[in-house]
Write a protein that binds this ligand. Structure first.
Ligand code: F0G
Length: 399
Protein backbone atom coordinates (compact mmCIF):
# COMPACT_ATOMS: atom_id res chain seq x y z
CA UNK A 1 0.00 0.00 0.00
CA UNK A 2 1.24 3.40 -1.01
CA UNK A 3 2.30 5.21 2.18
CA UNK A 4 0.95 8.57 0.96
CA UNK A 5 -2.50 6.94 0.71
CA UNK A 6 -2.13 5.73 4.32
CA UNK A 7 -1.12 9.25 5.35
CA UNK A 8 -4.34 10.66 3.97
CA UNK A 9 -6.35 7.85 5.55
CA UNK A 10 -5.09 7.88 9.13
CA UNK A 11 -4.28 10.54 11.69
CA UNK A 12 -0.53 11.26 11.83
CA UNK A 13 -0.05 9.71 15.28
CA UNK A 14 -1.78 6.34 14.68
CA UNK A 15 0.17 3.12 15.05
CA UNK A 16 -0.66 -0.58 15.30
CA UNK A 17 0.50 -2.79 18.15
CA UNK A 18 0.59 -6.60 18.37
CA UNK A 19 -1.45 -8.00 21.26
CA UNK A 20 1.10 -10.80 21.84
CA UNK A 21 4.67 -9.61 21.19
CA UNK A 22 4.00 -5.87 21.55
CA UNK A 23 5.71 -4.94 18.26
CA UNK A 24 4.55 -1.65 16.76
CA UNK A 25 3.88 -0.88 13.12
CA UNK A 26 2.86 2.06 11.01
CA UNK A 27 -0.86 2.02 10.16
CA UNK A 28 -1.88 0.03 7.12
CA UNK A 29 -5.45 -0.85 6.15
CA UNK A 30 -4.25 -4.26 4.88
CA UNK A 31 -2.27 -5.28 7.98
CA UNK A 32 -4.46 -7.58 10.04
CA UNK A 33 -1.92 -9.91 11.68
CA UNK A 34 1.47 -9.24 13.25
CA UNK A 35 4.18 -9.95 10.65
CA UNK A 36 6.46 -11.17 13.48
CA UNK A 37 4.24 -13.58 15.42
CA UNK A 38 0.90 -13.81 13.62
CA UNK A 39 -1.29 -12.46 16.44
CA UNK A 40 -3.95 -9.78 16.04
CA UNK A 41 -3.26 -6.04 16.25
CA UNK A 42 -4.82 -3.04 17.96
CA UNK A 43 -4.62 0.50 16.56
CA UNK A 44 -3.65 3.25 19.01
CA UNK A 45 -3.22 7.01 18.92
CA UNK A 46 -0.20 8.52 20.67
CA UNK A 47 -1.82 11.90 21.34
CA UNK A 48 -3.47 12.47 24.70
CA UNK A 49 -7.13 13.26 24.21
CA UNK A 50 -7.79 16.89 24.81
CA UNK A 51 -11.55 16.92 24.65
CA UNK A 52 -14.22 17.19 27.34
CA UNK A 53 -17.64 15.59 27.64
CA UNK A 54 -19.29 18.98 27.30
CA UNK A 55 -17.45 19.57 24.02
CA UNK A 56 -18.39 16.10 22.73
CA UNK A 57 -22.02 16.55 23.76
CA UNK A 58 -22.45 19.52 21.45
CA UNK A 59 -22.41 17.03 18.58
CA UNK A 60 -25.03 14.52 17.40
CA UNK A 61 -24.98 11.30 19.45
CA UNK A 62 -23.44 8.48 17.41
CA UNK A 63 -20.15 6.97 16.25
CA UNK A 64 -18.77 10.20 14.75
CA UNK A 65 -19.35 12.23 17.91
CA UNK A 66 -16.11 10.67 19.14
CA UNK A 67 -14.01 11.50 16.11
CA UNK A 68 -10.98 12.45 18.26
CA UNK A 69 -10.76 8.82 19.40
CA UNK A 70 -11.09 7.32 15.92
CA UNK A 71 -7.99 6.58 13.83
CA UNK A 72 -9.26 8.01 10.54
CA UNK A 73 -8.02 11.39 9.35
CA UNK A 74 -10.43 14.18 10.25
CA UNK A 75 -10.37 15.25 6.59
CA UNK A 76 -12.06 12.03 5.41
CA UNK A 77 -15.76 12.16 4.55
CA UNK A 78 -17.24 9.08 6.25
CA UNK A 79 -19.54 6.60 4.54
CA UNK A 80 -22.32 6.91 7.07
CA UNK A 81 -25.96 6.02 7.61
CA UNK A 82 -26.20 7.78 10.97
CA UNK A 83 -25.08 4.73 12.97
CA UNK A 84 -24.84 4.69 16.77
CA UNK A 85 -26.81 6.94 19.09
CA UNK A 86 -28.88 3.93 20.12
CA UNK A 87 -31.26 4.01 23.12
CA UNK A 88 -30.01 3.06 26.56
CA UNK A 89 -33.17 1.70 28.15
CA UNK A 90 -33.62 1.12 31.86
CA UNK A 91 -35.16 -2.29 32.55
CA UNK A 92 -38.22 -2.09 34.76
CA UNK A 93 -39.45 -5.63 35.17
CA UNK A 94 -36.76 -8.04 34.05
CA UNK A 95 -33.81 -6.25 35.64
CA UNK A 96 -33.40 -7.60 39.11
CA UNK A 97 -31.00 -4.81 39.96
CA UNK A 98 -30.14 -1.48 38.29
CA UNK A 99 -29.95 -2.75 34.72
CA UNK A 100 -30.03 -1.07 31.32
CA UNK A 101 -30.03 -2.44 27.82
CA UNK A 102 -28.08 -0.69 25.07
CA UNK A 103 -30.44 -1.41 22.19
CA UNK A 104 -28.16 -1.84 19.20
CA UNK A 105 -31.10 -3.12 17.18
CA UNK A 106 -31.87 0.56 16.60
CA UNK A 107 -28.89 0.95 14.24
CA UNK A 108 -29.60 1.55 10.52
CA UNK A 109 -29.42 -2.16 9.56
CA UNK A 110 -30.57 -3.39 12.96
CA UNK A 111 -27.32 -4.42 14.65
CA UNK A 112 -24.12 -3.06 16.21
CA UNK A 113 -22.20 -4.06 13.09
CA UNK A 114 -23.05 -0.70 11.53
CA UNK A 115 -20.71 1.05 13.96
CA UNK A 116 -17.78 -0.89 12.54
CA UNK A 117 -18.89 -0.79 8.93
CA UNK A 118 -18.95 3.00 8.82
CA UNK A 119 -15.19 2.90 9.52
CA UNK A 120 -14.40 -0.20 7.44
CA UNK A 121 -16.30 0.88 4.34
CA UNK A 122 -14.94 4.44 4.60
CA UNK A 123 -11.46 2.90 4.39
CA UNK A 124 -12.52 0.63 1.50
CA UNK A 125 -13.83 3.62 -0.42
CA UNK A 126 -10.50 5.43 -0.11
CA UNK A 127 -8.14 2.62 -1.08
CA UNK A 128 -9.41 1.91 -4.59
CA UNK A 129 -10.90 -1.55 -4.12
CA UNK A 130 -13.81 -2.94 -6.15
CA UNK A 131 -15.71 -4.00 -3.10
CA UNK A 132 -15.76 -5.58 0.33
CA UNK A 133 -15.90 -9.21 1.46
CA UNK A 134 -17.11 -10.83 4.69
CA UNK A 135 -17.97 -14.22 6.14
CA UNK A 136 -21.00 -13.90 8.36
CA UNK A 137 -23.67 -15.46 10.53
CA UNK A 138 -25.90 -12.77 9.01
CA UNK A 139 -25.63 -9.36 10.63
CA UNK A 140 -22.16 -8.50 9.36
CA UNK A 141 -23.41 -9.48 5.91
CA UNK A 142 -26.50 -7.24 6.12
CA UNK A 143 -24.44 -4.32 7.37
CA UNK A 144 -21.58 -4.73 4.88
CA UNK A 145 -24.10 -5.00 2.03
CA UNK A 146 -25.86 -1.76 3.02
CA UNK A 147 -22.69 0.28 3.60
CA UNK A 148 -21.09 -1.04 0.40
CA UNK A 149 -24.22 0.03 -1.51
CA UNK A 150 -23.97 3.46 0.10
CA UNK A 151 -20.33 3.74 -1.00
CA UNK A 152 -20.95 2.48 -4.54
CA UNK A 153 -18.89 -0.66 -3.90
CA UNK A 154 -19.71 -4.31 -4.55
CA UNK A 155 -20.13 -6.74 -1.65
CA UNK A 156 -19.33 -10.45 -1.52
CA UNK A 157 -20.59 -12.44 1.44
CA UNK A 158 -19.98 -16.03 2.51
CA UNK A 159 -22.66 -17.55 4.72
CA UNK A 160 -23.08 -20.90 6.48
CA UNK A 161 -25.57 -22.72 4.26
CA UNK A 162 -29.11 -22.93 5.62
CA UNK A 163 -28.24 -21.39 8.99
CA UNK A 164 -28.70 -17.66 8.52
CA UNK A 165 -31.82 -16.00 9.97
CA UNK A 166 -34.15 -14.99 7.18
CA UNK A 167 -34.30 -11.25 7.98
CA UNK A 168 -30.52 -10.94 7.63
CA UNK A 169 -30.44 -12.91 4.39
CA UNK A 170 -33.24 -10.74 3.01
CA UNK A 171 -31.28 -7.57 3.85
CA UNK A 172 -28.16 -8.84 2.09
CA UNK A 173 -30.27 -9.64 -0.99
CA UNK A 174 -32.04 -6.27 -0.82
CA UNK A 175 -28.76 -4.35 -0.84
CA UNK A 176 -27.49 -6.32 -3.81
CA UNK A 177 -24.74 -8.44 -2.24
CA UNK A 178 -23.25 -11.39 -4.07
CA UNK A 179 -23.98 -14.35 -1.81
CA UNK A 180 -22.05 -17.59 -1.54
CA UNK A 181 -23.25 -20.37 0.77
CA UNK A 182 -20.59 -22.49 2.44
CA UNK A 183 -21.10 -25.99 3.93
CA UNK A 184 -20.59 -26.14 7.71
CA UNK A 185 -20.58 -23.26 10.16
CA UNK A 186 -19.41 -19.63 10.16
CA UNK A 187 -15.92 -20.93 10.99
CA UNK A 188 -15.73 -22.66 7.58
CA UNK A 189 -16.95 -19.52 5.81
CA UNK A 190 -14.31 -17.42 7.60
CA UNK A 191 -11.61 -19.97 6.70
CA UNK A 192 -12.58 -19.63 3.07
CA UNK A 193 -12.31 -15.82 3.16
CA UNK A 194 -8.93 -16.01 4.91
CA UNK A 195 -7.46 -18.77 2.72
CA UNK A 196 -8.92 -17.86 -0.66
CA UNK A 197 -8.71 -14.09 -0.46
CA UNK A 198 -6.77 -12.55 2.45
CA UNK A 199 -3.75 -14.89 2.56
CA UNK A 200 -3.43 -14.87 -1.24
CA UNK A 201 -2.83 -11.13 -0.99
CA UNK A 202 -5.66 -10.12 -3.33
CA UNK A 203 -6.37 -6.41 -3.20
CA UNK A 204 -9.71 -6.24 -5.06
CA UNK A 205 -12.04 -6.91 -2.16
CA UNK A 206 -11.43 -5.36 1.24
CA UNK A 207 -12.04 -7.89 4.05
CA UNK A 208 -14.20 -6.62 6.88
CA UNK A 209 -14.44 -9.41 9.41
CA UNK A 210 -13.48 -8.57 12.95
CA UNK A 211 -9.79 -9.50 12.62
CA UNK A 212 -9.79 -6.17 10.78
CA UNK A 213 -8.87 -3.91 13.73
CA UNK A 214 -10.07 -0.75 11.98
CA UNK A 215 -13.65 -2.01 11.92
CA UNK A 216 -13.53 -2.65 15.66
CA UNK A 217 -12.56 0.97 16.26
CA UNK A 218 -16.13 1.92 15.33
CA UNK A 219 -17.60 -0.66 17.68
CA UNK A 220 -15.68 0.71 20.66
CA UNK A 221 -18.01 3.73 20.59
CA UNK A 222 -20.62 1.56 22.38
CA UNK A 223 -18.51 2.14 25.52
CA UNK A 224 -18.30 5.90 24.91
CA UNK A 225 -22.05 6.21 24.45
CA UNK A 226 -22.80 4.25 27.62
CA UNK A 227 -20.66 6.58 29.75
CA UNK A 228 -21.82 9.63 27.81
CA UNK A 229 -25.48 8.83 28.51
CA UNK A 230 -25.24 7.48 32.05
CA UNK A 231 -22.80 10.14 33.15
CA UNK A 232 -20.78 7.44 34.96
CA UNK A 233 -19.17 4.07 34.26
CA UNK A 234 -21.39 1.05 35.03
CA UNK A 235 -20.03 -1.68 37.31
CA UNK A 236 -20.61 -4.47 34.81
CA UNK A 237 -21.16 -4.76 31.04
CA UNK A 238 -22.59 -8.01 29.67
CA UNK A 239 -21.95 -8.88 26.02
CA UNK A 240 -23.09 -11.83 23.87
CA UNK A 241 -19.96 -13.34 22.31
CA UNK A 242 -19.48 -15.06 18.95
CA UNK A 243 -16.34 -14.18 17.00
CA UNK A 244 -15.42 -12.08 20.06
CA UNK A 245 -14.69 -8.80 18.31
CA UNK A 246 -17.37 -6.78 20.03
CA UNK A 247 -16.43 -7.54 23.63
CA UNK A 248 -12.81 -6.71 22.74
CA UNK A 249 -13.82 -3.44 21.08
CA UNK A 250 -16.09 -2.35 23.94
CA UNK A 251 -13.36 -3.06 26.48
CA UNK A 252 -10.89 -1.03 24.42
CA UNK A 253 -13.39 1.85 24.48
CA UNK A 254 -13.67 1.80 28.28
CA UNK A 255 -9.91 1.47 28.62
CA UNK A 256 -9.34 4.51 26.41
CA UNK A 257 -11.88 6.62 28.30
CA UNK A 258 -10.11 5.77 31.52
CA UNK A 259 -6.66 6.50 30.09
CA UNK A 260 -7.81 9.85 28.73
CA UNK A 261 -9.29 10.94 32.05
CA UNK A 262 -12.88 10.93 30.77
CA UNK A 263 -13.80 8.05 33.10
CA UNK A 264 -12.74 7.33 36.65
CA UNK A 265 -13.00 3.53 36.49
CA UNK A 266 -13.46 0.58 34.15
CA UNK A 267 -16.33 -1.94 34.28
CA UNK A 268 -16.08 -5.72 34.63
CA UNK A 269 -16.76 -7.35 31.27
CA UNK A 270 -18.88 -10.51 31.21
CA UNK A 271 -18.98 -12.44 27.95
CA UNK A 272 -21.95 -14.76 27.36
CA UNK A 273 -21.95 -17.70 24.96
CA UNK A 274 -24.59 -20.30 24.14
CA UNK A 275 -23.85 -23.69 25.74
CA UNK A 276 -23.48 -25.43 22.37
CA UNK A 277 -21.07 -22.78 21.06
CA UNK A 278 -18.96 -21.84 24.07
CA UNK A 279 -15.26 -22.17 23.18
CA UNK A 280 -14.31 -19.08 25.18
CA UNK A 281 -16.17 -20.21 28.29
CA UNK A 282 -14.29 -23.52 28.15
CA UNK A 283 -10.93 -21.88 27.45
CA UNK A 284 -11.37 -19.32 30.24
CA UNK A 285 -12.62 -21.85 32.82
CA UNK A 286 -9.68 -24.19 32.15
CA UNK A 287 -7.20 -21.27 31.98
CA UNK A 288 -5.98 -22.84 28.74
CA UNK A 289 -3.26 -21.06 26.76
CA UNK A 290 -4.73 -22.52 23.55
CA UNK A 291 -8.26 -21.93 22.32
CA UNK A 292 -10.43 -24.96 23.15
CA UNK A 293 -12.36 -25.03 19.88
CA UNK A 294 -15.88 -26.38 19.42
CA UNK A 295 -15.98 -28.34 16.16
CA UNK A 296 -19.72 -28.41 15.50
CA UNK A 297 -21.18 -25.38 17.26
CA UNK A 298 -24.93 -25.52 17.74
CA UNK A 299 -27.45 -23.04 19.18
CA UNK A 300 -30.75 -21.38 18.34
CA UNK A 301 -28.84 -18.08 18.59
CA UNK A 302 -27.41 -18.48 15.08
CA UNK A 303 -25.61 -15.10 15.23
CA UNK A 304 -23.19 -16.55 17.81
CA UNK A 305 -23.02 -20.11 16.46
CA UNK A 306 -19.21 -19.98 16.26
CA UNK A 307 -16.67 -22.56 17.43
CA UNK A 308 -13.35 -20.85 16.64
CA UNK A 309 -13.62 -17.14 17.49
CA UNK A 310 -10.86 -15.28 15.71
CA UNK A 311 -10.60 -12.62 18.46
CA UNK A 312 -10.33 -15.15 21.28
CA UNK A 313 -7.07 -13.73 22.63
CA UNK A 314 -8.34 -10.15 22.65
CA UNK A 315 -11.55 -11.27 24.38
CA UNK A 316 -9.66 -13.24 27.05
CA UNK A 317 -7.58 -10.15 27.75
CA UNK A 318 -10.73 -8.02 28.04
CA UNK A 319 -12.30 -10.38 30.55
CA UNK A 320 -9.14 -11.03 32.55
CA UNK A 321 -7.92 -7.42 32.66
CA UNK A 322 -11.37 -6.25 33.74
CA UNK A 323 -11.73 -8.94 36.41
CA UNK A 324 -14.81 -10.19 34.55
CA UNK A 325 -15.97 -13.66 33.47
CA UNK A 326 -17.25 -15.83 30.65
CA UNK A 327 -20.48 -17.73 31.23
CA UNK A 328 -22.70 -19.95 29.12
CA UNK A 329 -26.49 -20.08 28.90
CA UNK A 330 -28.80 -22.72 27.42
CA UNK A 331 -31.03 -22.16 24.39
CA UNK A 332 -34.08 -22.38 26.67
CA UNK A 333 -32.65 -19.63 28.89
CA UNK A 334 -32.00 -17.51 25.80
CA UNK A 335 -35.58 -17.95 24.55
CA UNK A 336 -37.00 -17.21 27.98
CA UNK A 337 -34.94 -14.00 28.17
CA UNK A 338 -36.00 -12.99 24.65
CA UNK A 339 -39.62 -13.52 25.57
CA UNK A 340 -39.27 -11.57 28.85
CA UNK A 341 -37.60 -8.61 27.17
CA UNK A 342 -40.33 -8.54 24.54
CA UNK A 343 -43.35 -9.03 26.78
CA UNK A 344 -42.32 -7.31 29.99
CA UNK A 345 -40.19 -4.47 28.63
CA UNK A 346 -41.37 -3.96 25.05
CA UNK A 347 -37.87 -4.56 23.71
CA UNK A 348 -37.57 -6.87 20.71
CA UNK A 349 -34.15 -8.44 20.30
CA UNK A 350 -32.89 -11.45 18.37
CA UNK A 351 -31.88 -14.61 20.29
CA UNK A 352 -28.12 -13.88 20.46
CA UNK A 353 -28.87 -10.51 22.04
CA UNK A 354 -31.17 -12.05 24.64
CA UNK A 355 -28.16 -14.10 25.79
CA UNK A 356 -27.04 -10.96 27.64
CA UNK A 357 -30.16 -10.95 29.86
CA UNK A 358 -29.97 -14.72 30.31
CA UNK A 359 -26.32 -14.27 31.30
CA UNK A 360 -27.17 -11.46 33.72
CA UNK A 361 -29.71 -13.65 35.49
CA UNK A 362 -27.20 -16.46 35.74
CA UNK A 363 -24.48 -14.09 36.96
CA UNK A 364 -26.79 -12.78 39.72
CA UNK A 365 -27.68 -16.36 40.66
CA UNK A 366 -24.09 -17.48 41.10
CA UNK A 367 -22.98 -14.28 42.82
CA UNK A 368 -20.84 -12.97 39.97
CA UNK A 369 -22.86 -9.76 39.99
CA UNK A 370 -24.41 -8.11 43.00
CA UNK A 371 -28.00 -6.82 42.95
CA UNK A 372 -26.81 -3.33 43.90
CA UNK A 373 -24.46 -3.03 40.93
CA UNK A 374 -25.27 -1.04 37.79
CA UNK A 375 -25.27 -3.32 34.79
CA UNK A 376 -25.50 -2.62 31.06
CA UNK A 377 -26.58 -5.44 28.75
CA UNK A 378 -25.67 -5.15 25.08
CA UNK A 379 -28.80 -5.86 23.00
CA UNK A 380 -26.83 -6.56 19.84
CA UNK A 381 -29.53 -7.07 17.19
CA UNK A 382 -33.21 -6.44 16.40
CA UNK A 383 -35.93 -9.08 16.81
CA UNK A 384 -37.02 -8.72 13.16
CA UNK A 385 -33.70 -10.22 12.09
CA UNK A 386 -35.04 -13.65 13.02
CA UNK A 387 -38.82 -13.86 12.53
CA UNK A 388 -38.76 -17.69 12.52
CA UNK A 389 -37.70 -17.70 16.16
CA UNK A 390 -40.38 -15.14 17.00
CA UNK A 391 -42.99 -17.47 15.52
CA UNK A 392 -41.56 -20.33 17.53
CA UNK A 393 -41.96 -18.29 20.73
CA UNK A 394 -45.48 -17.34 19.66
CA UNK A 395 -46.48 -20.99 19.32
CA UNK A 396 -44.87 -21.64 22.68
CA UNK A 397 -47.12 -18.94 24.24
CA UNK A 398 -50.31 -20.57 22.99
CA UNK A 399 -49.44 -24.00 24.45
N1 F0G B 1 -24.97 -10.59 18.66
C1 F0G B 1 -25.31 -10.54 17.37
C2 F0G B 1 -26.71 -10.18 17.04
C3 F0G B 1 -24.37 -10.81 16.36
O1 F0G B 1 -24.73 -10.76 15.09
C4 F0G B 1 -23.05 -11.17 16.73
C5 F0G B 1 -22.06 -11.51 15.72
C6 F0G B 1 -22.74 -11.18 18.10
C7 F0G B 1 -23.72 -10.89 19.03
C8 F0G B 1 -21.38 -11.50 18.58
O2 F0G B 1 -20.46 -10.51 18.27
O3 F0G B 1 -18.87 -11.83 16.90
O4 F0G B 1 -18.23 -9.63 17.85
O5 F0G B 1 -18.54 -11.61 19.33
N2 F0G B 1 -22.30 -11.69 14.50
C9 F0G B 1 -21.29 -11.91 13.47
C10 F0G B 1 -21.92 -11.85 12.09
C11 F0G B 1 -20.44 -13.09 13.70
O6 F0G B 1 -21.37 -12.43 11.15
O7 F0G B 1 -22.92 -11.15 11.94
P1 F0G B 1 -18.92 -10.90 18.07
Amino acid sequence: MNSSVNKDLFKPDVYMKCICCGSSFSPDPWRFFCPKCGCLLHPFLTATMNVSWSELRKRRLGVWRYREFLPLSSKLEPVSLGEGGTPLIRLRSTGVGEAYIKFEGANPTGSFKDRGMTIGVTIAKHISVKGVIVASTGNTAASAAAYAARAGLSCVILLPKGRVAIGKLAQAILHGAQIKEVEGSFDNALDEVLNEYVKKGQKELYPLNSYNPWRLEGQKTIAYEIVDELGFVPDVVIVPVGNAGNISAIWKGFYELYESGLANKKPRMIGVQAEGASPLVKTWMKKSKELLVVDNPETIATAIRIGRPVNWMKALKAVNESNGAFISVSDDEILEAMKNLAMLEGIGVEPASAASLAGYKKALGIGLVDKGETVVLIGTGHALKDPDTILRIASWNTK
